[in-house]
Unconditional design. Structure first.
Length: 261
């Protein structure tokens, strides 16, 4: 068994595919190690690879006024990066920055499109994921506008913990301010409040979640809304429609001569 096949279950989208579709897709994947702060995409660039995280965290950042911008989505082993190729668009609208180092499965854009053409189950799974992503992006926009920094920080810490699968991770005040699009002083004030309530411990960038239930009470309702929509559409109880399409979708044309990311 290849390393790629051994770790597929660590990505929920791949694990949910029927065995035959999953095994066929995995033949085109390679296992890679992504490093923290590695830039996988820059906004406006061609999507050359699709990534299925199995143990890393990837932040989608929307640049604003030539700055790095604001984080709009955090992707872990529940998701995939680059799936917008299925819409016939081979240019990314976001920066994709590795937020937490770890393994992933990577396949080239042409290989992904070929698998998409021949796998109705993959088409269905990614269309559901697209629906979830659109809903979560809208939720995040409302959260950024209406919720206070402390509640948003609590939500972000819970999201990071969920995807890191650990109570302990390293992140600085500067990075948290960058991700949430607020001033560092605002993050310091919010983090100190969570610290005083003993929901977290924090020292030199090392964060430990001490009281997850307490942190959930401090988070805005957007955290639960994000989880609920994922589980409702993509959770273990969802099933594949046996006759989802009469014909597979046509692949989007893609330029040849790809380089590595």
């Amino acid at each position: 068994m290849s390393f790629s096949q051994a770790v597929f279950a660590n990505n929920r989208l791949l694990a949910a595919l029927p065995h035959k579709d999953r095994e066929q897709l995995l033949t085109h994947c390679e296992a890679v190690k992504l490093d923290s702060a590695q830039m996988l995409y820059r906004s406006g660039e061609l999507i050359r690879h699709v990534y299925f995280p199995t143990g890393c965290l990837i932040s989608l950042m929307r640049p604003v006024n030539d700055s790095a911008g604001l984080e709009v989505k955090l992707i872990g082993n529940e998701g995939v990066l680059g799936f917008t190729l299925m819409l016939g668009v081979d240019v990314t609208p976001f920066h994709a920055l590795v937020h937490g180092s770890g393994p992933a499965l990577r396949m080239t854009a042409p290989a992904f499109l070929d698998e998409l053409e021949h796998s109705p189950a993959l088409q269905q799974e990614l269309k559901r994921y697209l629906y979830v992503t659109m809903t979560q992006l809208a939720q995040n926009a409302a959260c950024t506008r209406y919720h206070v920094v402390e509640a948003r920080l609590a939500r972000w810490l819970l999201m990071t913990q969920d995807r890191a699968h650990s109570d302990h991770f390293h992140v600085t005040h500067e990075l948290m301010a960058h991700m949430l699009g607020v001033r560092r002083v605002g993050i310091t004030k919010a983090a100190n409040s969570l610290l005083k309530q003993k929901f977290i411990s924090y020292r030199r960038g090392d964060i430990t979640i001490l009281d997850r239930a307490g942190l959930e009470t401090a988070a805005c309702e957007c955290y639960r809304a994000d989880k609920d929509i994922y589980e409702r559409i993509l959770g273990e109880e969802h099933t594949f429609l046996p006759h989802y399409r009469d014909e597979p979708i046509a692949p989007h044309s893609y330029s040849s001569g790809m380089d590595g990311v």
